[in-house]
Design a protein around this ligand. Structure first.
Ligand code: CUA
Length: 322
């Protein structure tokens, strides 16, 4: 593993960094070689075939089929290699491993909050275990921010009103810079954080040592309380029976038919939309009667409800088997 860094990159700190770097250098050197060939030949031809005397010289050949096929085929192959390689790397960056630890990231002017599965949270310091995939489920309270950790070659926009997801697996302990890389106003350049990669033991100690709002509870437990305290249970059951609204049993990941005839897969963004804009996409067979919870539930509350809906309490075997 590269721990020294190069002219173009800081030291690699994640499992995906090596591939990003290799692809970058492939493109870089392919471009450099092509540049040298094109400019070299141009200069050579300018000198070799310059007009020496004002005579009406004509040249015998106006094209060369073999040459034209070569300069079409070679760049085509190079570009296809970059496409396939880049696409595969992109998919690896996009598809989160199933066993990833999920951390909720909240960006706002001008700091970062990280919420861990047991209810612990930290501000401007993401603590992560080494050699274990970590999924970041991210949203913003205000404008668009962007999370960037150069050592992990990881960068993803963080948006208001929508979740974005990225992940990493750190390959060595250490402290790495985390930047906001989308201009977000006065404090943008100071919207800095650290990623602290630690051993599993230190990570467990960290989780045990901090508590936050929803204190000491997991988001799913907090969500279960909200389910009752915010009266979600008036219309949504947990036992599979439809009520005024769809049941939450097996809701997570379900493919729902909508009134419009379209389908939607129930994920973080659909749940969030249904809480804040209930009329946007109504499930087939139900009346559009749900009130909006805009201003009643905070982002944190919505995250907790999502965690609850995802939890084994509401997930039946049928949905889990999909
Ligand atoms: Cu947040 Cu720039």
């Amino acid at each position: 593993m590269d721990t020294t860094g190069t002219l173009f990159f800081p030291p690699a700190g994640s499992t995906l960094a090596g591939e990003v770097d290799s692809l970058f250098y492939f493109i870089f050197w392919a471009s450099a070689v092509l540049f040298a060939i094109v400019i070299g030949l141009t200069v050579f031809f300018i000198i070799r075939y310059r007009r020496r005397r004002p005579t009406g010289t004509t040249y015998g050949r106006d094209h060369n089929l073999a040459l034209e096929i070569t300069w079409t085929a070679v760049p085509t192959v190079l570009i296809l290699i970059v496409f396939v390689w880049g696409f595969r790397a992109y998919m690896r960056m996009t598809i989160v491993p199933r066993d990833a630890l999920e951390v909720k990231v909240t960006a706002q002017k001008w700091f970062w909050t990280f919420d861990y599965p047991n209810g612990a949270n930290s501000v401007n310091e993401l603590v992560a275990p080494v050699d274990r995939p970590v999924k970041l489920l991210m949203s913003s309270r205000d404008v668009i921010h962007s999370l960037f950790v150069p050592d992990f070659r990881m960068k993803m926009d963080v948006l208001p009103n929508r979740y974005s997801v990225t992940w990493f697996e750190a390959t060595r302990p250490g402290t790495f810079n985390l930047f906001c890389t989308e201009y977000c106003g006065t404090g943008h350049s100071e919207m800095l954080a650290k990623v602290k990669v630690v051993s599993e033991r230190e990570f467990a100690e960290f989780l045990a040592s901090t508590g936050g709002p929803g204190a000491g509870e997991s988001p799913a437990d907090y969500g279960r309380r909200l389910y009752t305290s915010r009266a979600c249970n008036t219309c949504h059951t947990l036992d599979g029976k439809p009520n005024v609204g769809p049941t939450w049993q097996g809701l997570w990941g379900r493919r729902e038919a909508l009134q419009t005839g379209d389908f939607v897969t129930v994920d973080e963004n659909y749940i969030r939309e249904s809480v804040l804009e209930p009329q946007a996409r109504v499930t087939a067979g139900f009346q559009p009667v749900m009130p909006t919870y805009q201003g009643i539930l905070t982002d944190r509350d919505i995250d907790a409800l999502i965690a609850f809906i995802k939890s084994p309490d509401t997930t039946n075997s049928e949905a889990a088997g999909e």
